[in-house]
Design a protein around this ligand. Structure first.
Ligand code: DLL
Length: 429
């Protein structure tokens, strides 16, 4: 554990720390960010009205559109002289979201990523193969800083150029790799193609995130790379990777949110009402300690639930894996659908690979979904019984009829290094 004192802090103490940090945060943003001052004034809300996390519900959500409206630096709380780094995340449409960090923010970023890496099984003295993209994306530099802080040797490979990644994995012998789950799938398949035995590699732990993934992909990557694969979650607006992390010895029980820095709430996706622990809704964060780019109740759009785990090594709250982003949710004949739901059904059947894609079209006035999924070697893509079996399972589990098309291995597009889009929505063309 990187920071035992904080990671095991008794809940009452943690809450007191959050409350103290929240009230000073609210004073700061009211003073330094005109957007928040205006918002508070219009509501007749005074910073002193926010004393504890139980008062948060009085504050409106901050949404992505608010960030866009103040592009690029309008929500910064510090003058540029105090900013030491700027990152940006490119949305699917329009201008990117721009975020800034003071030196204190970068120190917090390093701290939470160091905690996350240790939680994933990394130790000082190990080497990190960092295959997240370096650049405006927070993944590469974010993981880099945290690994350095933990005392690892970082190999800054960045994304793409798979051939070179394999050479580095074989020759440089990193014990830990971080990349997107879809790229870890690509790497594990390339090993097979080249007849490289994963046991010849030194890699033991894979830290995967930046896009939704399920147990289907975990199984493939753990087998293919001979690693423990854990989830790392984060978003640029809140800091980058390292908002939460799954423990390598507590797989499947959720990812710890480092809640001394990021206060989470889960709220109803339509009404915004706070939901009880364990209920699924939209994840909302308040950045308790951020200096350059603090946010109150930021609406992430990510769907999950949060809960305390009394059997866990640490006291911090855990979040479930992300089902998807609510703006990436498909609406098929009036039913909400996340691609991860299909991924889960494919996994439970066992005879198919975790390489799939959803093709959505409109036939007349009806939405139609085709699930293209690759068989594993040894299963026949022409096997109509298998095809029908998946079709039935999808219908029974998700409640939607979809057409299933079994594909030969290696026929569906792979991640070349970054986030993979598993949906082709022909309705938008
Ligand atoms: O993806 C930060 C990151 C880098 C996280 C490396 C983990 C590893 P953005 O580009 O701003 O930042 O995208 C943030 O990606 O709101 C989620 O929708 C999605 N996302 C990130 N991590 C996960 C995850 C980085 N573990 C957006 N599971 C978030 C599911 C994730 N979705």
């Amino acid at each position: 554990m990187y920071n035992e004192k904080v990671e095991k802090m008794p809940l009452e103490e943690l809450r007191a720390l959050q409350n103290a940090r929240l009230s000073s945060l609210v004073q700061r943003v009211y003073r330094d960010v005109p957007f928040y001052k205006k918002q508070f004034d219009q509501l007749g809300l005074h910073p002193n009205d926010i004393q504890t996390v139980a008062d948060l519900h009085k504050i409106p959500f901050t949404r992505k559109t608010d960030l866009r409206d103040h592009y690029p630096y309008g929500l910064f709380a510090k003058p540029m002289e105090e900013v030491r780094r700027i990152h940006a995340s490119s949305g699917t449409t329009g201008k990117p979201t721009v975020v800034g960090y003071t030196q204190d923010d970068l120190d917090v970023f390093d701290e939470v990523v160091a905690r996350s890496l240790a939680c994933a099984g990394a130790q000082p003295g190990m080497k990190l193969h960092n295959a997240y993209g370096y650049g405006l994306f927070t993944g590469g530099l974010g993981m880099h800083g945290g690994a350095t802080k933990l005392g690892m040797a970082v190999i800054p490979v960045s994304g793409g150029m798979t051939e070179r990644q394999l050479t580095i994995l074989q020759d440089f012998k990193p014990e830990v790799i971080c990349c997107t789950p879809s790229y870890a799938q690509t790497l594990s398949e390339e090993l097979v193609k080249r007849d490289i035995d994963p046991k010849e590699l030194a890699v033991k732990h894979a830290v995967l995130g930046a896009e939704p993934w399920t147990e289907a992909i975990r199984a493939q990557v753990e087998r293919g790379l001979q690693v423990t694969a854990t989830n790392i979650y984060g978003l640029s607006e809140i800091i980058g990777p390292g908002v939460s992390q799954e423990d390598f010895e507590e797989k499947g029980t959720g990812s710890y949110i480092w809640e001394d820095h990021f206060y989470p709430e889960v709220v109803h996706k339509d009404t915004g009402a706070p939901l009880p622990y364990g209920e699924e809704g939209v994840l909302v964060f308040t950045t308790l300690t951020k200096q350059a780019f603090p946010l109150l109740r930021y609406w992430t759009n990510d769907i999950c639930s949060i809960n305390y785990d009394s059997n866990a090594k640490r006291t911090h709250i855990k979040m479930s894996s992300i089902k998807g982003r609510s703006d990436d949710m498909l609406i098929i004949r009036g039913v909400n659908l996340f691609p991860t739901q299909v991924e889960e059904v494919i996994h439970t059947l066992g005879f198919l690979s975790a390489n799939y894609r959803l093709v959505v079209s409109r036939e007349g006035t009806m939405d139609a979904v085709t699930v293209e999924v690759e068989t594993v070697s040894g299963t026949n893509p022409e096997d109509d019984q298998l095809r029908q079996k998946l079709q039935r399972s999808i219908k029974n589990t998700i409640g939607l009829s979809m057409t299933v098309a079994l594909k030969a291995p290696n026929s569906i597009p792979r991640s070349q290094g970054g986030k993979l889009n598993r949906v082709q929505d022909l309705r938008k063309l």
